[in-house]
Design a protein around this ligand. Structure first.
Ligand SMILES: Cc1cc2nc3c(=O)[nH]c(=O)nc-3n(C[C@H](O)[C@H](O)[C@H](O)COP(=O)(O)O)c2cc1C
Length: 404
C-alpha cells in the first residue's frame, strides 16, 4: 500500500469523526442546588463475583497515550490513584493492548504484557487498592482502525474483511490462525490481570474496534466460522474471547464486556435495532461468562427503542438479568465527540434524571468519562452534595498537561 493510500484512509477516518458531530445538549438540564438530591443509592456497595465494589461510581476507560514504550509509569499510577482517592469505586483503565503483535500501533498506549509493562501495572493496581478502590484493566485490540497517532500499514492490521466502512476497503481479511491468536491474546491478558491482583477485567467490544468489526455486517463479510448473516453468527469471536478469559481466570473473576451500537466509523450504526435482536445478541455472551454489560452510549438519557424510555443499559439488564453500567454525558452539557472538540460545561442538572433511572433499577453502575478527567474528586463531591463545586471539562487539559 502506498503512502498516499494510507493517508487517505487516515483522512477519511478523521472526516468521519468530525461529520458525526452534533452538539445536542442535555434535554434534562434543570438547575439543582447543593444537597437537593438524594444520591445515597449511588454509594451502596455491590458484589460482583469475587469483587465487592465500594460504590456504584465507575471511571470510564479513557485512552491517554502517556505510557512511552507501552509501559505505565509513576504518573499513570498517580493519575488512577487520585481518582480512587476521590471516591470512585471502580476504575476502568484506558484500553491496554493484549499480547498480539497486531493489537495496536501507538507507541504510547500501555501494553498488558511483558515484564516491564506488567510491573508498571502492578504499581497502578497497588495505588488504587491503597485508596480503597477496585480496578479492571480494559483489554483492547484495535483491529483495523487507523487512529490519528498511529503510523502503520493497514496490511499489518487484522480485521474480518479489510473494510473500514461500507465502501472503503483498506486492509485484508485475517487468516483463521490470526483470529485464533487474537482470541488467545485476550485469555492471556485476562490471566495476567488476575495475577496482578486486578479485581476483574473489561473486554473492549465497542466503538468499531476488532471485536465490534466482527459484530458489524459492514466490516464482517466472511462466510466461514467467524462470519455469517446473523449477528449471533458474527458474535462467535466475541463469545470465544469471553470463554478464553473465563477459562484463563476463575469462575468468579468478574468479566465486564463493553458494547455499543455506534461505531467511530458510523455514529448511526445499530447492531440490534429491536429488543428481540438485543436479547439474541447478548444471551450467548452472558452464557459464555460476562458478568457486567457496560453499555456505551453518548447521552445516557436517550431511549434505546421506541415505546419505552429505557436506555441501552436498562434493556441489557432487563433482557439478561446481568449487572449493567450506563455512561454518556453524566453531569456534562455536550456529548463525547462535540465535547471532545469544544470542551463541555458542567451540567449537574442531568444527575437528577440519572438518580431516577438508577432508582427504578435500570442499571447498577454509572460510568463517568470526561467529568472524571476534569475532576478527580467527582465522586466525593457528589456524595457530599457539593454539586456546584464540580469542575467542567476542558479539552485543553488532554493536550497541555502530563498529569491531570
Ligand atoms: C480522551 C478519551 C479517551 C477515551 N478512550 C476510550 C477507551 O480507551 N476505551 C473506551 O472504551 N472508551 C474510551 N472513551 C470513551 C469513554 O469511555 C466514555 O464512554 C465517553 O467519554 C462518554 O462518557 P462521558 O460523556 O462521561 O465523557 C474515551 C473518551 C475520551 C474522552
Amino acid at each position: 500500500m502506498s503512502d498516499s493510500d494510507k493517508n487517505e484512509g487516515l483522512e477519511s477516518y478523521k472526516k468521519s469523526m468530525l461529520s458525526g458531530l452534533d452538539s445536542k445538549a442535555s434535554e434534562t438540564d434543570a438547575q439543582l442546588s447543593d444537597g437537593e438530591l438524594d444520591v445515597s443509592p449511588l454509594f451502596e456497595p455491590l458484589r460482583v463475583g469475587s469483587a465487592t465494589l465500594p460504590n456504584r461510581v465507575v471511571m470510564a476507560p479513557m485512552t491517554r497515550n502517556m505510557s512511552p514504550g507501552g509501559v505505565p509509569d509513576d504518573k499513570v499510577a498517580a493519575y488512577y490513584r487520585r481518582r480512587a482517592a476521590g471516591g470512585t469505586g471502580l476504575i476502568l483503565t484506558e484500553g491496554t493492548y493484549v499480547p498480539d503483535p497486531a493489537a495496536g500501533f501507538s507507541p504510547n498506549v500501555p501494553r498488558i504484557h511483558g515484564e516491564e509493562a506488567l510491573e508498571g501495572w502492578r504499581q497502578v493496581v497497588q495505588g488504587v487498592h491503597d485508596e480503597g478502590g477496585c480496578i479492571f484493566p480494559q483489554l483492547w485490540h484495535v483491529g483495523l482502525m487507523p487512529l490519528p497517532t498511529d503510523d502503520f500499514d493497514p496490511q499489518d492490521a487484522i480485521s474480518p474483511s479489510g473494510y473500514l466502512r461500507r465502501d472503503e476497503k483498506i486492509g485484508r481479511e485475517a487468516r483463521g490462525d490470526e483470529i485464533e491468536r487474537a482470541i488467545e491474546a485476550f485469555g492471556a491478558a485476562a490471566r495476567s490481570a488476575m495475577d496482578l491482583g486486578c479485581d476483574g477485567i473489561q473486554i473492549h467490544g465497542a466503538h468499531g474496534y476488532l471485536i465490534d468489526q466482527f459484530f458489524w455486517d459492514v466490516t464482517n463479510r466472511r462466510n466461514d466460522a467467524f462470519g455469517g448473516n446473523s449477528l449471533v453468527e458474527r458474535s462467535r469471536v466475541a463469545v470465544a474471547i469471553v470463554e478464553a478469559c473465563r477459562a484463563a481466570t476463575a469462575p468468579d473473576f468478574p468479566i465486564s464486556f463493553r458494547l455499543s451500537q455506534w461505531k467511530q466509523q458510523d455514529f448511526g450504526a445499530r447492531l440490534a435495532p429491536t429488543p428481540q435482536d438485543l436479547e439474541r445478541f447478548l444471551t450467548p455472551l452472558a452464557d459464555a461468562g460476562v458478568d457486567i454489560f457496560d453499555c456505551s452510549t453518548r447521552r445516557f438519557w436517550e431511549p434505546e427503542f421506541e415505546d419505552s424510555d429505557m436506555n441501552l443499559a436498562g434493556w441489557a439488564k432487563k433482557l439478561t438479568g446481568k449487572v449493567t453500567s450506563t455512561v454518556g454525558s453524566i453531569t456534562l452539557s455536550t456529548d463525547l465527540f462535540s465535547g471532545y472538540v469544544e470542551g463541555a460545561e458542567t451540567a449537574i442538572g442531568n444527575l437528577g434524571r440519572l438518580v431516577d433511572m438508577f432508582g427504578r433499577g435500570d442499571f447498577d453502575l454509572v460510568s463517568i468519562g470526561r467529568a472524571s478527567i476534569a475532576d478527580p474528586e467527582w465522586a466525593n463531591k457528589v456524595r457530599e452534595g457539593k454539586l456546584n463545586k464540580i469542575n467542567g471539562f476542558d479539552v485543553q487539559v488532554l493536550q497541555q498537561t502530563e498529569l491531570y
